[in-house]
Design a protein around this ligand. Structure first.
Ligand code: HEM
Length: 501
């Protein structure tokens, strides 16, 4: 009897996942014609995509080179259609139906809750409508005057000091990260963090640590399972990171809430040192009306979302743009000439909004650097209903992976794709390039809400950095570029900075 019970348990434990696997395969039989590596039962293609952030990026590129611009990839038992064909990318990004993120984004939820990046349906629509005005260009102009210039001048002082103390190259990612964090805290949340002065990287370390674990779980066959993850060696660290991340934003909200109340009771307080408006957080506090319309948790999830999106992507972007410029001295010379002609050579001088609009060459240089190093390499959607592409019916709930990084290396669109050539983005050179062949900030209704903010911060930082320093790469420590939610170099970005005068 015992032997029979054991036999039945064995059959159930081993056969149920297999039956489930073959039923899943059958569900996608309509997609037979789409190429891709042959999946193994349950683990899918996990055997070919690697486990480090660097492996992941390389293996996705290899799959694209081998199978083309519409591919089936099985991340464990989950099918993802990996797309790099601009026409199909346009279909999904422009859609007002397929607006939900894939279930992989649920892994963000313990940190970002149902904030704008992750939410869907009417919650997303209402929040998007509510938050969009806080990124109006008039507000951005104020940010430039009151924060960007000041914080980037502090960054230059920090770098000048570093340079004076060493002959070696400098790892800039960790330094620029603190500047980006100071900027987002000051502008969106009205909080002077002084991360650059205090150099307290606990929050920054927690962001990096959380994202590494996030990425591993996203692509893993088994770590997505909460029970298996709970008993993995990563779990303890994960809980620690989450605690640091939430503590950090809760303190910021608490402080601003007190100031906001003081300001409401006594408007003159602003003259005594309290910042008058924190665009995003004050709007949320106002809209909340003491918890009537937005709970503390609602506010917390948006603050976490914007804290993360507002500093991590911009840091990556600034570092890779600087690195691309450092590798190309001719381009650097041309950028510098434009900067001096538009802004003069005093790098501490305030840069104005209209001056930034005049930096036309810098603009194409940034576009080309974002092509080679798109800060967000992959975005995902989940199909809300069945749909037909290229004559094939794709079932509801299929995961759609838009591989922005891969699109940018398509040699039919960008001849000699590994060469850095900003002229590709001159208006007269764009020819008949498809509008959706290049979308580093995504496009359509769920595009990046912070795009203008990011570009303003990026241009101001690059403009100040390149007037202060001549920059060259440390060829002995090339970046190990990987996909960690945002594009990141596993060993940082190492450059030599030579003060110009
Ligand atoms: C160079 C810097 C940046 C790049 C390349 C970038 C890129 C992107 C991309 C590709 C998406 C779409 C993500 C997806 O569909 O999964 C996105 C969404 C988003 N970005 Fe950015 N981003 C940047 C900076 C920023 C900044 C500075 C902020 C905030 C101040 C921000 C806030 C957001 C938010 C909240 C979303 C979600 C929008 C929604 O779903 O409605 N981003 N970003």
């Amino acid at each position: 009897m015992v032997v029979f019970a054991l036999f039945i348990s064995f059959v159930v434990i081993f056969c149920t996942p297999l039956i489930w696997w073959y039923l899943t395969l059958a569900k996608y039989s309509s997609l037979e014609k789409i190429p891709g590596p042959t999946p193994l039962p349950i683990i899918g293609n996990s055997n070919v995509i690697g486990t480090t952030t660097v492996d992941l990026l390389h293996s996705f590129m290899n799959l694209q080179n081998k199978y083309g611009s519409l591919i089936k990839v099985w991340l464990g038992p989950r099918l993802h259609l990996m797309i790099t064909k601009p026409e199909i990318v346009e279909f999904f990004l422009n859609s007002n139906t397929h607006l939900s993120k894939s279930n992989g984004y649920d892994l963000f939820k313990p940190w970002l809750g149902d904030g704008l990046l992750v939410s869907t349906g009417s919650k997303w629509r209402n929040r998007r409508k509510m938050i969009t005005p806080t990124f109006h260009f008039k507000i951005l102009e104020k940010f430039l005057e009151t924060s960007f210039n000041k914080q980037i001048n502090i960054l230059l002082d920090v770098l000048l000091k570093e340079v004076s103390q060493t002959e070696k190259s400098i790892e800039i990612h960790s330094i620029i990260n603190l500047c980006s964090l100071d900027i987002i805290c000051e502008t969106a949340f009205g909080t002077e963090l002084n991360a650059q002065a205090k150099c307290n990287p606990k929050y920054v370390e927690a962001v990096t640590g959380f994202l590494e674990i996030f990425t591993l779980r996203f692509f893993s066959a088994w770590l997505r399972n909460p029970l298996i993850f709970r008993f993995s060696d990563k779990y303890k660290k994960y809980v620690e990171y989450l605690e640091i991340l939430h503590d950090f934003t809760k303190k910021i909200i608490k402080k601003r809430k007190e100031e906001f109340k003081l300001l409401q009771d006594n408007p003159k307080m602003s003259e005594e040192g309290i910042k008058r408006r924190a665009a995003l957080l004050d709007m949320l506090l106002e809209a909340s009306d003491n918890g009537k319309y937005l709970s503390d948790e609602d506010i917390r999830e948006e603050v976490d979302t914007f804290m993360f999106e507002g500093h991590d992507t911009t840091t990556t972007s600034i570092c890779f743009v600087l690195y691309a410029i450092a590798q190309n001295p001719d381009v650097q010379k041309k950028v510098h000439e434009e900067l001096v002609s538009v802004l003069g050579s005093d790098y501490k001088k305030e840069i104005t909004f209209s001056e930034i609009q005049e930096l036309k060459y810098l603009d194409v240089v940034i576009k080309e650097a974002h092509r080679l190093y798109p800060p967000v390499p992959l975005i995902e959607r989940s199909l809300e209903e069945d749909c037909t592409i290229d004559g094939l019916t794709i079932p509801k709930n299929t995961n759609i992976s838009i591989f922005l990084y891969g699109m940018n290396y398509n040699k039919d669109v960008y001849p000699d794709p590994h060469t850095f050539d900003p002229d590709r983005f001159l208006p007269e050179k764009q020819g008949d390039r498809h509008n959706f062949a290049y979308v580093p900030f995504s496009a359509g209704p769920r595009n990046c809400i912070g795009q203008k903010f990011a570009l303003l911060e990026l241009k101001t930082t690059i403009a100040k950095m390149l007037r202060c320093f001549e920059i060259s790469p440390d060829l002995t420590i090339p970046p190990q570029v990987g996909m960690c939610s945002v594009l990141k170099s596993r060993n940082g970005i190492h450059v030599f900075l030579k003060p110009r005068n």
